[in-house]
Design a protein around this ligand. Structure first.
Ligand code: DC
Length: 225
């Protein structure tokens, strides 16, 4: 039996990773896994339960009580935290503002990476995140590293967030992104970086359709094997 295919998509915050990953998974009939949603759901649990991020014992104990599940419907992210659907709540500002420090904790990463690797062992998947091509699946058959101009990224994210966060400003979003870029690239535990064999995709000036076609061209040769 041939080995299942893993497409790893990494890159900065809000540069269209999930848009591409979802479209690609849909086109290829692969499973889509949004690894950022997992760190966000853990963050939500930590916030609700007032977990002290500097207390390793508390963090480890809390992780044992967190059960995450993806429910794949129409290639959108539907994630449950201990059986509660939290897909919308994890996108709100309290989680966005706290997810970087949570995702920098070694114990959190160890647990999430183990869960992600289990998902990729069984099925053909497209997974997006920050360390998918470097740490989670260093042997992924296709690795894409996405980037885009920070101002363009902030504008795109602002448009997405504004309907549910009427008080938010473009400056807030820009600052949050800049802060997350900085923390994600400078943290000690698997920082965001391009895997040597990852293909760079800068989508500042291309449409979602164009980036999908670009990725499909790269995937096609793998499907014939
Ligand atoms: O992709 P996102 O913006 O929803 O991710 C939320 C945060 O989770 C982001 O600030 C970095 C972190 N993250 C990570 O450290 N590793 C991943 N594989 C995915 C996300």
């Amino acid at each position: 039996m041939s080995k299942n295919i893993v497409v790893a998509i990494d890159g900065y915050s809000s540069c269209g990773k999930s848009t591409l990953a979802k479209a690609l998974a849909k086109e290829l009939h692969f499973i889509y896994v949004d690894s950022g949603a997992m760190y966000r759901a853990v963050t939500l649990y930590f916030l609700r339960n007032h977990i002290d991020l500097t207390n390793t014992e508390q963090v480890t104990e809390a992780l044992k009580n967190i059960h995450l599940n993806f429910h794949s419907r129409d290639y959108q992210t539907h994630i449950t935290l201990n059986d509660e659907e939290v897909s919308d709540e994890i996108r709100l500002m309290p989680v966005s503002e706290n997810v970087s420090p949570v995702s920098a904790i070694r114990e959190v990463r160890k647990e999430m990476v183990a869960q992600q690797q289990r998902m990729g062992r069984i099925k053909d998947i497209v997974m997006d995140g920050r360390d998918i091509g470097t740490t989670v699946f260093p042997n992924a058959q296709l690795k894409l590293f996405m980037t885009a101009d920070p101002k363009v990224r902030a504008e795109r994210r602002f448009k997405e967030l504004q309907p549910n966060n009427p008080d938010i400003t473009l400056e807030d979003v820009f600052e949050n992104l800049a802060h997350r870029d900085y923390s994600d690239t400078t943290r000690k535990e698997s920082p965001l970086m391009r895997a040597e064999d990852a293909i760079i995709l800068d989508n500042t000036n291309i449409t979602p359709e164009q980036q999908l076609q670009f990725a499909l061209e790269k995937v096609k040769p793998l499907l014939k094997k």
